[in-house]
Write a protein that binds this ligand. Sequence first.
Ligand code: ADP
Ligand code: MG
Ligand code: ZN
Length: 645
Amino acid sequence: MPVETNNKLRAPRPRQFGGGLLVLFTVLLLLNFIIPSFGSRPPQIAYSDFVTQVQAGKVGQALIGADRIEFTLKPDPAAEPSQPQRPQIYSTTPLAIDLDLPKILRENGVEFGAPPPSNNGWIGTVLSWVIPPLIFFGIWGWLLNRQGGGGPASLTVGKSKARIYSEGSTGVKFTDVAGVDEAKAELQEIVDFLRNADKYTRLGAKIPKGVLLVGPPGTGKTLLGKAIAGEASVPFFSISGSEFIELFVGVGASRVRDLFDQAKQKAPCIVFIDELDALGKSRAQGGMFGGNDEREQTLNQLLTEMDGFEANTGVILVAATNRPEVLDPALRRPGRFDRQVVVDRPDKIGREAILNVHARNVKLAEDVDLGAIAVRTPGFVGADLANLVNEAALLAARNERQSVLMKDFAEAIERVVAGLEKKSRVLNEMEKKVVAYHEVGHAIVGALMPGAGKVEKISIVPRGVGALGYTLQLPEEDRFLMAEDEIRGRIATLLGGRSAEELIFGKVSTGASDDIQKATDLAERSVTLYGMSDYLGPIAFEKQQMQFLDGYQSPRRAVSPKVTEEIDKEVKDIVDRSHHVALAILDQNRNLLEETAQELLNREVLEGESLRERLNKATAPAEMDTWLLSGKLPEGTALMQATLG
Ligand code: ADP
Ligand code: MG
Ligand code: ZN
């Protein structure tokens, strides 16, 4: 956890006067009620008894209060005169309706009067004056405190909320970040700039003003920021882009100003702005909808400030984002963020290194091979791997093991990929059968597709959100490009499950909706983003491409209705043809499909060698490659329909 040091940016926290006073009130109040009851209470007597005693002439003195009568008896003439005692006081509660009492008292010679005003009354009086305003101020102070800024709100809204760290206080070092060596090297250079500025300025070089870390979520950008703080021997300001934007107009801009004022005073130093896209969104984007004045002002202030400090003042701005494409172009020009460092998904070696970092504090069994785990986790980012190691350790602990076994890691990978097992979700016989054929359908088609990974496991144990069964297919190597036929193959694999249902049962279930969604998305993207449609050609139909955020669909470029129609037609065509391929494959391998599904129903899970042997028996239709490659069926081939079989 970051330790806040040297925290001068925040106004000094007001003493917790709200809380302190509240405690004080409580004590006073309690005293007020308790004190009078401390002394021994006089014995309580019924009012009628009191009157009887008076009439019997035994009562000496009486103090008649509004709600209490205290009285003493006349000394007993029979008692020893040698022991003069303080007379015993008795008390009773007066009856308001008994208006005859004074008369009776007088007739019986009782000495009586009203009690003096109670001696603890003053506390009550004072408190009744003091408490309400104090409570008011107390609650007010407490509310202000809670809002986080400290001090009267009006004085702090414009202050930046940056936390300042001194060297080492984040506890993260460069050695804790693995698999992103280029980014690390770049940032180490930055640290060196600040430490040995002379070395560079002597030769007339200008130290860069800003470095922008870009990459998918979870690759370690924030972690790198913390590592700089941990390693650089200079003050480090850290703030998130969203913290500039607030309800009040103009606050963001004044926070930016404040941040840079502070930074310049502390130079040399590093300012780290996480999630820069929250404030650096392109001004052009909002234009159509009236824009966002507050954000624009903040952005303008940031641009001004970045221009405002001279190169070599020793302030370096480091920012991180996973949406570089939405950043305002002005931010990215040289002189502002003049360096872009890509923090990308780690490759196999990188993943192994990251696993090593996170396994440092985990007891691993002999059989654990982190390299092999790295091979099986393509596409995982640092955050996934950290999660994976933790899941494996939790599993081992749950099973009371002494150390974490390879098998825990295997289960953990499945958990991360497919979600938790849901043993409680019981399928009926028919559902089980449908799921079994569905999954085997995926597996057989997947086994034959070009560039697809090995099918590692088929299972009909429900997992995660809505998955009734699943087929685990792991690529054999990291892939950075996908060829056209591979995309088509992928779509065919996705439709393999549904195709098997069609073929065997002659009808489809709702279980394929997720597959269909993914297949359609992929087909659409191959047309609108990758230009893979022969007819429409290499034209981008989406406004911008998200480099690092998968599955984010940007709005369509303005296209004519005719083109929209063509896109829809092409998408449907691609999906239809892949569907055809899947159906043809399963038709040809029908026996294998039946056998494997039966086996799966018996065993619930198929994996390893036995599964591979089975799937190796699958054969591809002769024309499959041409279908996939051209995306076109040969003339005269009718599109296979669901009525098959
Ligand atoms: P982001 O790029 O989204 O800012 P974070 O830096 O917040 O990602 O990463 C989240 C967590 O994932 C880190 O706290 C760390 O535990 C782990 N992690 C991510 N990348 C790496 C990496 N390259 N090396 C080691 N751990 C990493
Ligand atoms: Mg982050
Ligand atoms: Zn499916």
